[in-house]
Design a protein around this ligand. Structure first.
Ligand code: PLP
Length: 448
C-alpha cells in the first residue's frame, strides 16, 4: 500500500523533496491542497488561454462524454467535423484541411511527414530534409527534436537525430550579423538560400519556424520583411513553408495565428496548446488544400496517424473553447492586455540586470545580462533564471523559465510570461510589480 502523499510510483521529470498538489483552478488562478493561491502568469506552458474552470467547456465535455468518448479512425463524429470547419474558417486562406493529433510534437512531426508525402506525390522523391533554426523548439519526438534548435534538449538523444540543417534565427538582440551593422539586412534569410545550395534544393522538403518564439527565447519576433522573404525563397526552390503555431496559434499573439502579422500564407501550420486551452489533449496540423489535393491525386490513403487523432471528446472540448474565445472577444482582449503588459515590462529594462524585454500579444519574455553594455550573460552556475522563477513562485506568481542555452546552447538567462487572455489590468500590474520586486532582489543578491 502506497501512502497518498508518496510519489514513489511516478517517473519524475525532476527530483524534489516536496511536490505541491493542485486541487483546482479558477480563472487565472490555481489553488494547491494546502490552500495556497497562484496567479498562473504562464497559463501552464502557454496553454490555458481562456483560464481555468470555464463552465461552458465542462458542459460541452459532459455532453460529448455522455454520447461517445472514443471511436476508431474508420469513423468520424460530428464534433470532429464541426471543429475542422471552425478552425479551417479561422486559418489563413486555403489552410482548411485539419489533420488531428494529440499534441504539438505530433503536429510538427506530422507536418514534416505531410511535406515529404507531398514531394513523393509530385515526383520529387529525393526531397526529405527540413531546414529549421537554432533557438527553436518543435517538440520531443525524434523528428520534431531533429528540427528543434535547442542544444540542451538535443544532446542526450543526438545519436538518434536526423541530419537536418539549422540556420541563424532572427534574434536581433544577439544577431551576429546585426552586431556589425546599423540595421537588419536580413542576412539570416540569406543563410536559408545558402543552406539550400549547400544541401541541394533537390534534397530539401520544407522549412519550419515559429513566427514568434516560445520558451526558446520568449517573445522574439522577426522584422516585417522576414517571412515574405522566406516565402519567396521557399517558392523558388519548391520547398514547403511550415509554421509552428503550437504556442502562438489561436490568439496568443493578438491575432488568430501569429503568421498573420506578416501577411504570409504558409503551406502547413502545426497547432496545439491553445486549441483546447488544456481542457483535453488535442492538436491539429492544418494543411493547404493545394498540398492535400496533390497528395490525393494518385493516392486513396495517407499512411500516418495516431490512436487519439480526432478524439471525439477532445474535438468537442476544443470546439467549445474556440466558441468561448469568439463569444468573449478574447483574441482582441489578448492584444490589448498584451500591449499593456509589454509597456509595463519594457520599463523593467531600466533595472541593472535586464538586457531586453520583448513580446507580441500575451507572449512575452525578458532576458537577463551581467553587463548591459556588452550584453555578456551571467555564468551558468549562478542560476539566475531559476532565482527569478523561484522567487516569483514563492510570491504566488507562476512564470516559466526560458530554455537553457539561449545564446549559444550553453549560456543565457531569460523568462517566459504568457498569462490567460482573461487577465485584467490589475492582474497585469500585480504580475509586473512582483517581477520588478523579484528582479531587483536577485540583482542585489548578485551584487548589482
Ligand atoms: N512546438 C512548439 C513551438 C512548442 O513550444 C512545443 C512545446 O512546448 C511543441 C511544438 C511540442 O508540443 P508538445 O509538448 O505538446 O508535444
Amino acid at each position: 500500500m502506497v501512502d497518498s502523499q508518496s510519489t514513489e510510483r511516478i517517473f519524475h521529470r525532476v527530483l524534489k523533496d516536496k511536490w505541491q498538489q493542485i486541487s483546482h483552478g479558477e480563472g487565472i488562478y490555481l489553488y494547491d491542497t494546502e490552500g495556497r493561491r497562484y496567479l498562473d502568469a504562464c497559463a501552464g506552458v502557454h496553454v490555458v488561454s481562456i483560464g481555468h474552470g470555464v463552465k461552458e467547456v465542462v458542459e460541452a465535455m459532459t455532453e460529448q462524454a455522455s454520447k461517445v468518448c472514443f471511436t476508431y479512425s474508420r469513423f468520424l463524429t460530428q464534433s470532429q467535423i464541426d471543429l475542422a470547419d471552425k478552425i479551417g474558417a479561422m486559418a489563413p486562406e486555403g489552410l482548411n484541411k485539419a489533420f488531428f493529433i494529440s499534441g504539438g510534437s505530433e503536429a510538427t512531426e506530422s507536418a514534416m511527414k505531410i511535406a515529404r508525402k507531398y514531394h513523393l506525390s509530385t515526383g520529387n522523391p529525393q526531397k526529405h530534409k527540413v531546414v529549421s533554426r537554432w533557438q527553436s523548439w518543435h517538440g520531443n519526438t525524434v523528428g520534431a527534436l531533429s528540427m528543434s534548435g535547442r542544444s540542451s534538449w538535443r544532446q542526450d538523444y543526438d545519436p538518434y537525430l536526423l541530419d537536418f540543417p539549422h540556420i541563424t534565427p532572427p534574434y536581433a538582440y544577439r544577431c551576429p550579423y546585426c552586431k556589425t551593422q546599423n540595421a537588419c539586412q536580413l542576412n539570416c534569410v540569406e543563410e536559408l538560400e545558402r543552406v539550400i545550395h549547400q544541401e541541394g534544393s533537390e534534397n530539401i522538403s520544407a522549412f519550419i519556424a515559429e513566427p514568434v518564439l516560445g520558451t526558446s527565447a520568449c517573445g522574439v519576433a522577426p522584422p516585417p520583411e522576414y517571412f515574405p522573404a522566406i516565402r519567396e525563397i521557399c517558392d523558388r526552390h519548391n520547398i514547403l513553408m511550415i509554421v509552428d503555431e503550437v504556442v502562438t496559434g489561436f490568439g496568443r499573439t493578438g491575432l488568430n495565428f501569429a503568421i498573420e502579422h506578416w501577411d504570409v500564407v504558409p503551406d502547413i501550420m502545426a497547432t496545439g496548446k491553445g486549441l483546447s486551452s488544456g481542457y483535453s489533449p488535442i492538436a491539429a496540423t492544418l494543411v493547404h488544400e493545394r498540398i492535400y489535393d496533390a497528395i490525393y491525386q494518385k493516392e486513396t490513403h495517407y499512411v500516418h496517424g495516431h490512436t487519439y487523432g480526432g478524439n471525439p471528446l477532445s474535438c468537442a472540448v476544443a470546439l467549445a473553447v474556440q466558441n468561448y474565445i469568439e463569444d468573449h472577444n478574447l483574441v482582441e482582449r489578448c492584444a490589448r492586455m498584451g500591449d499593456l503588459m509589454l509597456e509595463q515590462m519594457k520599463a523593467l529594462e531600466a533595472l541593472p540586470i535586464v538586457g531586453e524585454v520583448r513580446g507580441k500579444g500575451l507572449l512575452l519574455g525578458a532576458e537577463f545580462v551581467a553587463d548591459k553594455e556588452t550584453r555578456a550573460p551571467f555564468a551558468v552556475e549562478r542560476g539566475v533564471t531559476a532565482m527569478v522563477v523561484n522567487k516569483m513562485f514563492d510570491r504566488g506568481v507562476l512564470i516559466m523559465p526560458g530554455a537553457p542555452g539561449l545564446i549559444d546552447g550553453v549560456a543565457g538567462d531569460h523568462i517566459a510570461v504568457s498569462p490567460p487572455f482573461t487577465i485584467d489590468e490589475a492582474e497585469v500590474k500585480e504580475t509586473v510589480d512582483v517581477m520588478r520586486e523579484v528582479i531587483l532582489e536577485v540583482g542585489e543578491e548578485l551584487g548589482y
